[in-house]
Write a protein that binds this ligand. Structure first.
Ligand code: CTP
Length: 405
C-alpha cells in the first residue's frame, strides 16, 4: 500500500457547507488524508474547529498563517484531488478568472491534480449567464463541475441548485481519483460535453391500484453507468423505473413507472443525446385491462385470466430511428443459455451498436453489487468483462462508447 491519497476539501460560504462534514467523514473513513480549506465566509456556517477535528489537520482560510510552510503553494501542489463542496457562485467566478485572494483560491491555482466543483446556490444564481459562462470556462479547462440537484433550497423555495447528497459527491471523488490513479487525468474526461441517456430499474405494469407485473431489476447497473458517466464529464439523464437508490450526483433523474412512460421519457431525452444506454428491464408485456378498483376474489370462483399485450420495444425503436446521426445506442440482455449466440442474434435483431450480455444464474442475481458480462459490438468485437463491481463494467462500457462518439 502506498501513502494515503491526499484530498483537499474546499468549502465556500453557502448553507450546504454542513453537508461537507459528511463528505469529509466519508473521505477520511475510506483512507484519504484530507486537508480542509474553508473560505472566510464559510466559517459563518461551519467553524474551523469542526474541520480540524474531523480531518485531523489544521483548517486555515488565509495564506498568512504558517507562512514558513508556504501553504498557498504547497497544499495545491501536493494534492491528488481537490474537491470544492459547496462551490458558491462567487467561488466559481473567482476560480474561472484565476483570482487568488485566500488560501482556497490560491490552492486552485497551484493544483495540478483533478479538480471537482459541486456547486450549490439558488436557481437564479445558477442559471445566471455569468455563472453558466464561468462553469463552461472551468469545464473547458478540464475541471469537473457537477450539475446541482433539483429540490428544496434554503428557505421555502425549490429548484435546481441543491448540493447533491454527500455520499454521491464522495462516489464521484472516488471515481475521479481511481481514474487519475490509472494515469487518466480529469483533463481526459472523454465524455465531457456529451449528453448520455441511461435507463435503469424495472418497469411495473399495473393490474389494479395495488398490483402490478414487475421484475427484479434493482437499477444498480444503470446507476453505476450514470455515476461513472458523470465522473467522466458527461451530462447525464437517468430514466429511473421504480428504483430505491439515491440520485447519483450530477445526473438529471426522471422517474417513470410503466414501459410506456419509460418509452416516452427515453424518446424525449434521446432527442439531443450522443448516446443512449438501455440498462432498464422493460416489461415485454402489459395487462390489456386496468381495473380502476382493487380486483376482489369471489368465493368459489376461479380467478379470471390476465390478458396481456406487447409493449413497444424501446431499444429497437431508438436504434432504428436515431435522433441524431452517429448517436450510439447500447442494449443489455440477460440470458441463461447459449449466452453468446443469443446475444449476437439479439444485437442484430435490435439494431444497436453495442449489447452487454449478462449470464443470469447463481451468484449473478439481480440486486447484487457485482456483474459479469460480455460486451458485443456490431463490428464483431467481443469484450469479456470479468466478475466484478458494476462500476467496473460501466467504465469498460464507456471505454467502448467514447471512441464511437
Ligand atoms: N427493451 C426495450 N423495450 C422492451 C423490452 C426490452 O427497450 N419492450 C430493451 C432493454 O432495456 C434491454 C434489451 O431491450 O436493453 C433487452 O432485450 P429483450 O429482448 O427484452 O431481452 P430479454 O429480456 O432478454 O428478452 P428475450 O430474451 O425474451 O427476447
Amino acid at each position: 500500500m502506498g501513502s494515503k491519497p491526499k484530498v483537499v476539501l474546499g468549502v465556500s460560504g453557502g448553507i450546504a457547507a454542513y453537508k461537507a462534514c459528511e463528505l469529509l467523514r466519508r473521505l477520511t473513513e475510506s483512507g484519504h488524508e484530507v486537508r480542509v480549506v474553508p473560505t472566510e465566509s464559510s466559517l459563518n456556517f461551519v467553524g474551523e474547529a469542526t474541520w480540524a477535528a474531523l480531518s485531523g489537520n489544521p483548517a486555515s482560510t488565509e495564506v498568512w498563517e504558517t507562512v514558513h510552510e508556504v501553504p498557498h503553494v504547497r497544499i495545491g501542489q501536493g494534492a491528488d484531488l481537490v474537491v470544492v463542496a459547496p462551490a458558491t457562485a462567487d467561488l466559481l467566478a473567482k476560480a474561472a478568472h484565476g483570482l487568488a485572494d485566500d488560501l482556497l483560491t490560491n490552492t486552485l491555482l497551484t493544483a495540478r491534480c483533478p479538480v471537482v466543483f459541486a456547486p450549490a446556490m439558488h436557481t437564479e444564481m445558477w442559471e445566471h449567464p455569468a455563472t453558466q459562462e464561468n462553469v463552461a470556462t472551468l469545464r473547458r479547462r478540464g475541471a469537473l463541475v457537477i450539475e446541482p440537484a433539483v429540490g428544496r433550497l434554503t428557505g421555502k423555495d425549490t429548484g435546481k441548485g441543491r448540493l447533491p447528497d454527500p455520499e454521491e459527491i464522495f462516489e464521484v471523488c472516488r471515481h475521479v481519483l481511481r481514474r487519475s490513479g490509472q494515469g487518466r487525468g480529469i483533463t481526459e474526461s472523454d465524455l465531457a460535453g456529451r449528453h448520455v441517456v441511461i435507463s435503469a430499474g424495472g418497469t411495473r405494469e399495473p393490474l389494479d391500484p395495488v398490483r402490478f407485473l414487475g421484475n427484479r431489476s434493482s437499477g444498480k447497473q444503470g446507476y453505476a453507468l450514470a455515476r461513472t458517466a458523470v465522473a467522466r464529464g458527461a451530462r447525464v439523464t437517468l430514466i429511473a423505473a421504480n428504483t430505491a437508490l439515491p440520485d447519483p450526483a450530477g445526473a438529471d433523474v426522471v422517474r417513470v413507472g410503466t414501459a410506456l412512460q419509460l418509452r416516452e421519457a427515453v424518446l424525449k431525452a434521446a432527442a439531443d443525446a450522443d448516446a443512449v444506454v438501455m440498462a432498464a428491464a422493460v416489461a415485454d408485456f402489459r395487462p390489456v385491462a386496468y381495473a380502476a378498483g382493487k380486483i376482489k376474489k369471489q368465493d368459489g370462483q376461479e380467478p379470471a385470466p390476465v390478458d396481456l399485450t406487447r409493449n413497444p420495444d424501446v431499444l429497437a425503436e431508438i436504434s432504428a430511428h436515431r435522433a441524431r446521426p452517429g448517436q450510439v445506442v447500447v442494449g443489455f440482455a440477460a440470458e441463461t443459455d447459449d449466452v453468446l449466440a443469443n446475444g449476437r442474434s439479439k444485437l442484430l435483431r435490435k439494431g444497436c451498436d453495442l449489447l452487454v450480455v449478462n449470464e443470469v444464474g447463481e451468484r449473478k442475481t439481480f440486486g447484487s453489487e457485482e456483474n459479469e458480462a460480455v460486451i458485443l459490438s456490431i463490428d464483431g468485437t467481443e469484450t469479456p468483462v470479468p466478475y466484478g463491481p458494476k462500476e467496473a463494467l460501466a467504465d469498460l462500457l464507456w471505454d467502448q462508447v467514447a471512441p464511437r462518439l
